[in-house]
Design a protein. Structure first.
Length: 203
């Protein structure tokens, strides 16, 4: 626990022991993230080492770095990046804002997040649900694959039409139909992200 001394008129009147209560979905979300990224998560916290170790053990996190100031969190993030990792930082406090800015991607928890964390993060989860974090990671990867596929599809259609026009006789109506048809195909492919199955949330 974290000990807090209560003073009355300058004199110690008691000591409170405070501890974080782990959210029910935290351990499952941690396992899901580790499975998606292939890398175990790291806990960066300003809490004392004993309290941080207890919380990390319940969440299934082995790498715990406690007693960190905001600049220490930034240093830890940069060290991970320099070792070749793509770093995603999830946080909601004022002390998390510098680390959110230093990471490749910063994700803020919206409902309880501080204004500074919300403004600094690259994305904000409005729902205060840790299970949404791995879902966002999975969805972003699917979106990137779709964007790559759409670029390849559009480039292929344009290349075919240009080659047909240069080395053959491409009728204008067919060229317009081919160009606009590729645009429609790209749009329809992108709409796949709106399906319920795209928002995969198994944890």
């Amino acid at each position: 626990m974290t000990a807090v001394v209560v003073r009355v008129d300058g004199r110690p009147a008691g000591v409170l022991g405070l501890s974080d209560r782990l959210r029910p979905e935290a351990a499952r979300a941690t396992r899901r993230l580790a499975g998606l990224t292939g890398t175990p998560p790291v806990l960066l916290t300003g809490d004392n080492p004993r309290a941080a170790a207890r919380t990390a053990a319940q969440a299934g996190i082995a790498d715990v770095r406690a007693g960190l100031l905001p600049e220490d969190k930034v240093a830890a993030v940069r060290a991970l990046e320099e070792s070749g990792h793509k770093v995603l930082v999830v946080g909601d406090g004022v002390n998390d804002a510098p680390a959110l800015a230093a990471a490749h991607a910063g994700l803020a928890m919206g409902r309880a997040g501080s204004d500074l964390a919300l403004e600094t993060a690259d994305a904000v989860i409005v729902r205060d649900d840790l299970a949404t974090v791995p879902a966002v990671v999975a969805l972003s990867r699917r979106a990137r694959r779709l964007v790559t596929a759409n670029l390849a599809l559009a480039a292929s259609c344009i290349a075919i039409l240009v080659a047909w026009d240069l080395f053959g006789d491409l009728p204008l109506p067919l060229g317009v139909a081919g160009h606009e048809g590729s645009t429609i195909l790209v749009a329809l492919n992108g709409l796949r992200l709106l399906r319920a199955s795209a928002w995969d949330r198994p944890v």
